[in-house]
Design a protein around this ligand. Structure first.
Ligand code: 1QQ
Length: 386
């Protein structure tokens, strides 16, 4: 009898343990992943933004933060995810971008970083974010190798390696180009990467590169380089520059009587080029995932909302930033919690996300796959280049 009693007691204890373990596992699951999904509660997330808001390239940062803020307003109104943005200015400088990012990532309540604006900045910020295990997504960083910095580093911007060959190919076909001159900024990660791609593309297409000229950020006079280029009579100029230098280069080139078309990379794809260079910007060819006049209801709705909010048309940088915050929100919703590691994994799994720039997926490195549209500035306006 005693034996039987002992046995039933043992059985009861084992059963109790099984039940208790199951319960505790359950509460752990609902306390972490899937919490908000199951309870219908919004995932609340604070995201740090590092943007180029003051200095000669401030129009990039302005468009980018406008894109983030518009997306934030819409996402928060929907209610699955509640996003709070903490914005820091990098002034387009490596050191300032790094200290801004360090400040943001040392705050444990910040789950991810968006930005910085320039590849030059991302080259120092990306490794630091990766080391700290905080997901970071560039929305405008287009140099080669950015997502390869580490597992926590992503971007949703069209890389130069995709943009430049698409634009060069169209220009070469259209104008029967044989001879090209290359002009690039040799003190910036993005302009140097653009140059590498231009050189490779020219070699691949068996174009004759008549000269390769360089310049530095903030340079005001390009007459020496342009006079040399003019004497060599290229059919096309490949120019890797940010808008500030790029626009001045085009202006001085036209004043010298150089009337051949230019191909530029992402840095040139800004309304600022037209603003600064005026008519001299005509003949600039760029490839972009963004075309504001596209007859797509989603694109037109965004353009309308952006214009009514900010009183101007969105550019590529605003559009990429807008999509980026939606991608973050989707990843947060899927993660079910504002946790850095869970968000990283969830970002990596984003597939065919329907944004205003088309269906978006990251490749295995956290880079993008996109088909760009080629545009040309004609009559002071970006138009489809056919
Ligand atoms: C980069 C860029 C610039 C044009 C961003 C403004 O593409 O630095 O990678």
């Amino acid at each position: 009898m005693r034996k039987i009693l002992n046995k039933s007691f043992l059985l009861f204890t084992v059963l109790l343990l099984v039940v208790l373990t199951a319960c505790s596992n359950n509460s752990e699951t609902s306390g972490k992943k899937g919490d908000s999904k199951e309870s219908g509660k919004a995932v609340e997330a604070k995201i740090g933004v590092v943007s180029y808001l003051t200095g000669p390239g401030a129009a990039y940062g302005e468009a980018i933060t406008n894109g983030f803020n518009l997306a934030k307003k819409e996402i928060n109104a929907k209610g699955d995810v509640k996003i709070d943005l903490v914005v820091e200015d990098s002034a387009g400088k490596q050191e300032q971008a790094l200290s801004a990012a360090q400040k943001l990532m040392s705050d444990d309540s910040i789950v991810a970083l968006l930005g910085p604006t320039l590849s030059t900045e991302m080259n120092v910020v990306g490794p630091e974010a990766d080391l700290n295990g905080i997901p970071i997504m560039g929305t405008s960083t287009t140099a080669e190798g950015i997502p390869q910095i580490g597992d926590y580093v992503f971007r949703n911007s069209l890389p130069e390696a995709l943009a430049i060959p698409a634009a060069v190919k169209k220009a070469v076909d259209k104008y029967k180009v044989k001879k090209v001159a290359i002009l690039y900024g040799n003190d910036d990660v993005f302009t140097k990467s653009g140059y590498d791609t231009m050189k490779k593309t020219a070699e691949k297409m068996k174009l004759d590169v008549v000269t390769t000229e360089t310049f530095q950020k903030g340079q005001a006079d390009y007459n020496a380089q342009l006079t040399k280029i003019k004497g060599l009579q290229p059919d096309l100029i490949l120019c890797s520059a940010l808008y500030n230098e790029g626009a001045v280069i085009m202006d001085q080139a036209r004043k010298l009587g150089i009337d051949v078309p230019f191909v530029g990379g992402n840095g040139f794809n800004s309304p600022q080029v037209i603003q600064i260079a005026g008519q001299a910007a005509d003949g600039l060819i760029v490839a972009t995932p963004w075309f504001g006049d596209k007859q797509d209801p989603k694109v037109q709705e965004f353009v309308k909302k952006y214009e009514s909010e900010y009183g101007k048309k969105p550019d590529q940088f605003a559009a990429q930033a807008y999509d980026a915050l939606y991608i973050m929100a989707e990843a947060l919703k899927n993660a079910g919690e504002a946790d850095r590691d869970a968000l990283r994994d969830s970002l990596a799994e984003i597939k065919d996300f329907p944004g205003i720039l088309g269906k978006f997926s990251f490749d295995k490195d956290g880079d993008v796959v996109m088909d760009p549209t080629v545009l040309i500035i004609k009559d002071g306006k970006f138009q489809i280049f056919e």
